[in-house]
Design a protein around this ligand. Structure first.
Ligand SMILES: [Zn+2]
Ligand SMILES: [Zn+2]
Length: 100
């Protein structure tokens, strides 16, 4: 049953990709490693983005939220929303090596 182990490993890798500190999107309440309502597939097709305030949402969710607002504010803390360098935007998961 070697293949079963391989599947589990794949899941583990997929899970760490969205290390947002919170497991669910604050807008759609769906897990970051799951599908947002408008997403077709979890993972690469539903990237997670961070604001400078430190809150994270699915890209689709925050984009939809911002487009519905007159001011670009985080739905959580109401601070001005600015996209922080997204781990998924460029370079893939490896780009998220932000040394604390
Ligand atoms: Zn979402
Ligand atoms: Zn915020």
């Amino acid at each position: 049953m070697t293949w079963n182990i391989e599947i589990k490993n794949w899941h583990a890798v997929a899970a760490w990709t969205w290390d947002a500190g919170d497991d669910v999107c604050g807008i759609c309440r769906m897990p970051f490693d799951g599908c947002p309502p408008d997403g077709k597939y979890p993972g690469e097709d539903s990237p997670v983005v961070w604001g400078v305030c430190g809150h994270a949402f699915h890209l689709q969710c925050i984009t939809k939220w911002l487009s519905a607002q007159t001011e670009q504010r985080c739905p959580f803390c109401r601070r001005n929303w600015e996209f922080k360098a997204a781990a998924t935007a460029e370079g893939g998961p490896g780009a998220n090596q932000q040394a604390a």
